[in-house]
Design a protein around this ligand. Sequence first.
Ligand code: PLP
Length: 395
Amino acid sequence: MYNEKMYKLGSNRSVIRELFEFGKGLAEKVGPENVFDFSLGNPSVEPPKKLNQSIIDIINTSTPSQAHGYTSAPGDVTVRKVISKQFKDNFKFDISENNIFLTCGAAASLTSTFLALSEENDEFIVFAPFFPEYKVFIENAGAKCAIVSPNKKMGIDFDDLNKKFSKNVKGVVINYPNNPSGKIISDEQLNTLCAFLTKKQQEYNKEIFLISDEPYREICYGNKKAPFVFDKYDNSIICYSYSKSLSIPGERIGYIAVNPHAKESENVYLAICGAVRSQGYVCAPSLFQKVIKECYNLTSNIDEYKANRDLLYNSLTKYGYKAIEPDGAFYLFVKALEDDANTFSLKARKLGLLLVPSDSFGVKGYVRIAYCVSNDMIQRSLPKFKELIDNYDKY
Ligand code: PLP
């Protein structure tokens, strides 16, 4: 009567969503002030002032069909030209607007890219820890998701990559700053990865794509920078989103950029057009296409996330927790106080701390703390974290 695979996807809520829903129920019972919900990656920092103003200005100065009507499928050409200028200004990289496709956020960028590239027996490699939806998106495109384990610093374990690599690999997905670890790949690791992929392309005499998922590109701390892959590896595709940089995840706007130096880049782009069409996206939200044009190179205030990172990382490590120091994004990956992260997460719940166990990110024994919350909530949660580690046997 219905598709069993879709039924399974729909009825098995993600662990993150399950925890979020649990938190809402708990808040009703014990009061919202006693719940410390670190489950979701929903930006807590306000969008830039100009963003709200530009919504008003666009509505006031456009006809309804200019503001809200269909745009061409790849997006308004003036907006895509601005994005191509941004590549030039920020990365000194030439890319035409015809290599840019506006999408309904990074999720749509990814589903469309996997669908556009997948042929029979294809596999995509993801590096643990990874955003759990990759597996859903890859498998829905009819491909296989192969998981490479991390090294001790949550970087790429090249021995495991070599072991897992086969002639069926069509692409490799990277995501830095990373959800859930907050790490950014080192230049050395990125160069090694690009050299590895180049060698494998020669060995198997085929194209292997490097797909860079970049919703956290601008959320970097200190002198850390997100990698730019286009000038390092030709067969590459960037899946970008404004969800986090402008704090507008519900507005669904992002883009796919196909490296103009990729083999048959025009045809790859057309396959992306087809993938977007087949999924019925029609076009990215019209109003927000225009909004991002007005918000050129703007971001929400990243310093607020940095203040949260510093407070949480410094306090937790002082109490005795072991954590990966985040270079960016707004997640802290903390070692659970016992081998089973699920049991640890259940015990933390007793103190109102909602922490996502790491199993669905492809590694065991950690929890993810999404610190895109108010600084005040972090302050109030600290005694609970201390209580948890000091008296763990009690829970
Ligand atoms: N990729 C990663 C790594 C993410 O963390 C997220 C959302 O949290 C997405 C993709 C999806 O982003 P969007 O809301 O733009 O679809």
